[in-house]
Design a protein around this ligand. Structure first.
Ligand code: ZN
Length: 582
């Protein structure tokens, strides 16, 4: 059922009728600036509004679904989709239909980009794009490049940083590198053998696998296991490194020859690294596509009318990650309080914290923070955190109560955001921030807690059980992904470290299980993220965390990310303007 709905969304969004030749939509933004014929008779189009499309005519007698199947990756669900549609709709021969770039299958995405940007090159480090010229000027912006090549305009900051650009303006002929780790899966798959993302595929009697050839300086755990399997917790990374080594005939993981053929079984691969067209990769891409339909259109000057719910992870007796005497609970609480202070001073947002330590939310102006176990969840009555799980569940009940009140008072449901602040304890080789968002498929069912500790709380009594419709879950994934990208964009702007591989994750993967953290999973606020600001098991991150300067920077990045999510720039707003009008 889920697949059917997702596929249906994709089908309905897939087609724009261009009209019979000669009567094409001539609004300025959609007028073609460049049209290039592909060998199969379709046409790659770049519009004056800088949108990419494939134009194609149906084959004789071809139905909507079959047409859609040729160009988009929804083949799996075609029969169900047909049933949902009451049979296929009749397409008209001789009419060109425009298929937006984002919903094209991997093969056509690569073809369209190669056709329109013939000077572009796939290199080991990523995608080299040569800025186009129209009458000696460039209409391209970093935002466009980020959208085309990474699927997320918010990545423009990372691209600017990577190319060491001091100026936001692009000039015709300029070559911009889109780093491999940011690329869309389709373009990443097109990178040459020297690339750290280049995979080949094979099979033996034990099953199918991907082949990766180690490059100089690469280690099995960071360059294979973390990158291609998405595992980040030390015990998982080490266990999978052993498993991959055994399956590849490697006797010693610390001594592997350069170019050695490392085999990663399909069952361990992240879906985006499976071969294009593999059902699991298609399902993953469909999920991305479906959630990408939802984008925040609400703009709020200085966050006026916006409610920001800030949540510091853990607290009280639940200290969270604890490495060399550094407790996650203390440091993320300090970041939350700093973010509150910035929001209250510099914006018009209503700021609500889920926890408190002591009589007020006060910033401690010290690098190393004093120990405390007296944080409480601000439910009614408050909950002095004894049990970590109760502490988590009461937070989402509290968040849901805040959300209901905001919406019942006539507020805009899209003017509430939830940011939970944590710090990881991962494999020590990893550094920087990553963000968990609520993957739609991990939030089915109905959930609620019983027992005296819950029954006595006002927020639980208001609505003891929660469940979310498919539309709500898909929308929440889309908005949360956008909020995450804005926050990480602000991290990049401040040169704060961000995970190189998959910094935004739809789920936690640990011990062969996958799930969405409870504070997001049962949370009713559509735009919601769990931000892991850094990895406390990494000594560099741990040292930084114990400085006020770093925590203040992180707090500022969180606020900046929320501002840009609502179309607000702190400083120069050029790209935010294009973000707002995209
Ligand atoms: Zn945590």
């Amino acid at each position: 059922m889920r697949q059917t709905l997702v596929a249906l969304v994709a089908v309905l969004s897939c087609l724009f009728v261009v009209g019979p030749p000669g009567s094409a939509d001539n609004s300025e933004a959609s007028r073609a600036a460049l049209r290039v014929h592909l060998p199969d008779g379709t046409v790659a189009v770049l519009t004056e509004g800088q949108n990419l499309f494939l134009e194609a005519s149906p084959r004789r007698g071809e139905g909507l679904l079959s047409f859609n199947r040729r160009f988009c990756s929804t083949e799996d669900a075609a029969t169900q989709v047909a049933a949902e549609n009451g049979g296929s709709e009749r397409l008209k021969a001789g009419i060109r239909y425009r298929v937006p770039f984002a919903v094209l299958n991997s093969d056509y995405q690569v073809q369209v980009v190669r056709a329109l940007f013939e000077d572009d090159r796939a290199v080991a480090e990523g995608w080299q794009h040569r800025v186009h010229s129209a009458n000696g000027q460039s209409r391209e912006s970093l935002w466009h490049l980020a959208e085309w090549f990474t699927g997320q305009g918010e990545n423009y900051g990372a691209i600017r940083k990577n190319n060491r650009l001091t100026d936001d303006d692009l000039t015709p002929g300029q070559v911009i590198l889109i780093p491999a780790n940011l690329l869309r899966p389709s373009l990443r798959s097109a990178l040459p053998p020297g690339s750290p993302y280049h995979l080949e595929y094979g099979a033996d009697q034990k099953g199918e696998f991907a082949i990766y050839r180690l490059k100089p300086g690469e280690a099995l755990y960071s360059s294979v296991v973390v990158r291609f399997t998405g595992r980040v917790f030390a015990e998982d990374v080490n266990a999978l490194a052993q498993e991959v080594a055994a399956g590849s005939g490697i006797p010693d993981v610390t001594d592997i020859a350069i170019g050695y053929e490392v085999r990663i079984p399909f069952k361990l691969l992240l879906p985006e690294y499976l071969p294009a067209g593999h059902p699991e990769r298609q399902a993953y891409e469909q999920g991305l596509m479906a959630s990408a339909q939802f984008s925040n259109v609400v703009r709020a000057s200085r966050l006026s009318g916006v409610t920001v719910v800030l949540d510091a992870g853990h607290g009280g007796k639940d200290v969270g990650a604890s490495v060399s005497g550094v407790w996650e609970s203390l440091y993320v609480y300090d970041i939350m309080v700093r973010a509150m202070r910035i929001l209250e001073t510099n914006t018009a947002a209503t700021v609500i914290a889920t926890t408190q330590d002591g009589s007020a939310h006060s910033v401690i102006e010290r690098d190393q923070l004093p120990y405390s176990k007296s944080h409480r969840v601000l439910s009614t009555p408050n909950y002095q955190i004894e049990d970590s799980r109760i502490g988590v569940h009461l937070r989402w009940y509290l968040a849901n109560s805040i959300y209901r009140q905001a919406v019942e008072q006539g507020g805009d449901p899209d003017k509430v955001v939830f940011v939970s602040i944590h710090a990881d304890s991962l494999h020590s080789s990893l550094r920087g921030a990553m963000v968990y968002i609520p993957g739609a498929r991990y939030r089915t069912g109905t959930y609620g807690k019983s027992g005296a500790v819950y029954a006595s709380r006002r927020e639980v009594k208001e609505r003891p059980q929660v469940s979310y419709s498919n539309r709500e879950r898909v929308k929440s994934e889309g908005l949360s992904r956008e909020l995450a990208a804005n926050i990480l964009g602000a991290f990049h702007e401040r040169s704060l470290a961000v995970h190189p591989d998959k910094p935004v994750r739809e789920k936690v993967i640990r011990k062969r299980r996958a799930w969405v953290p409870a504070v997001l999973r049962y949370n009713a606020i559509p735009a919601e993220v769990l931000l892991e600001v850094c990895n406390l098991a990494n000594s560099q991150d741990r040292r930084l965390m114990q400085t006020m300067a770093y925590r203040q920077q992180v707090a500022a990045a969180i606020v900046s990310g929320i501002l840009s999510y609502y179309g607000q720039a702190e400083g120069d707003g050029e790209y935010r303007v294009s973000a707002a009008s995209r």
